[in-house]
Design a protein around this ligand. Structure first.
Ligand code: SF4
Length: 257
């Protein structure tokens, strides 16, 4: 009975008959085979040479000598507020709300006079607006209480403001005060990793990597060049590699050119 069952299941599964001796030999050979195939393949792209980085940013500069951020603002304070409001929102969406808001409140004291409830009304089309309205009022109060109503000029100080983190501080320092900071948003993070320019698991790793490889002469605008590159060319789902300025330098194995 047992014999019959074995032969039927072997037939069904079409497993070829292997003599015991041969099977033993193969099993002995397996560990060495496994060792060979387990050799780790390096997935790291070849780092860019300084000449390649210089070439890439020279091309960005030639194509757009004075790149501008897309968040509308009137002064460092309104830039700070706009960046705080832009968390998990599009620049276009923020601009739509802030045009009217900044027309009536472009300083911390005017914002406080307007009050949280009214600020909420102005920005209610932006995600997380309740929390953001609270932060805008709280940061305005802190600016008046601790910084003479001015936006401070150091990252550490900006980071103490409600709703402002490292990315906010880097944007403000770069756009308002011309510092060579690198704010890493979702676009810069993707471009830094995909191209192999500055691979990293966290925004901070990518930020520090970019700061290390980008020559100082490009740092003032590098943040905008990379954001715009990610937003309009190196798109998340379908990068437009065929029109990409740096497609010959990019290390992404899946690039389409
Ligand atoms: S070649 Fe493609 S993947 Fe590489 S940077 Fe350009 S658009 Fe992005």
């Amino acid at each position: 009975m047992a014999k019959i069952t074995r032969s039927v299941s072997a037939k069904k599964s079409r497993v070829p008959f292997v003599p015991k001796k041969v099977a033993k030999k193969a099993a002995k050979a397996l560990p060495s085979l496994a060792k060979k195939s387990a050799k780790p393949k390096s997935l790291k792209p070849k780092p860019w040479t300084p000449a390649e980085v210089h070439e890439a940013f020279s091309r960005f500069r030639k194509a757009s000598p004075e790149p501008k951020g897309e968040l509308e603002h009137l002064n460092p304070y309104t830039l700070l507020v706009a960046v705080v409001l832009s968390a998990q929102a599009t620049d276009a969406g923020v601009n739509k709300a802030t045009r009217a808001l900044f027309a009536v409140a472009d300083t911390p004291s005017k914002m406080i006079a307007l009050g949280e409830e009214k600020v909420r009304e102005y920005i209610k089309t932006i995600g997380l607006y309740r929390n953001k309205a609270r932060n805008v009022i709280a940061l305005s109060e802190k600016l008046i209480a601790e910084f003479g109503g001015e936006v401070p000029r150091t990252r550490a100080e900006i980071e103490t403001l409600p709703g402002a983190g490292r990315k906010t501080a880097n944007v403000v320092l770069n756009m308002a005060f011309g510092e060579h900071t690198m704010a890493v948003d979702t676009h810069v993070f993707r471009v830094g990793n995909r191209t192999g320019l500055a691979p990293g698991n966290t925004p901070l790793e990518v930020e520090l990597g970019l700061e290390k490889v980008i020559p100082s002469e490009f740092m003032l605008h590098a943040h905008h060049w990379l954001i715009l590159h990610g937003r309009y060319t190196c798109l998340a789902r379908k990068p437009r590699c065929e029109v990409c300025l740096i497609n010959d330098l990019c290390r992404w194995p899946e690039k389409t050119v």
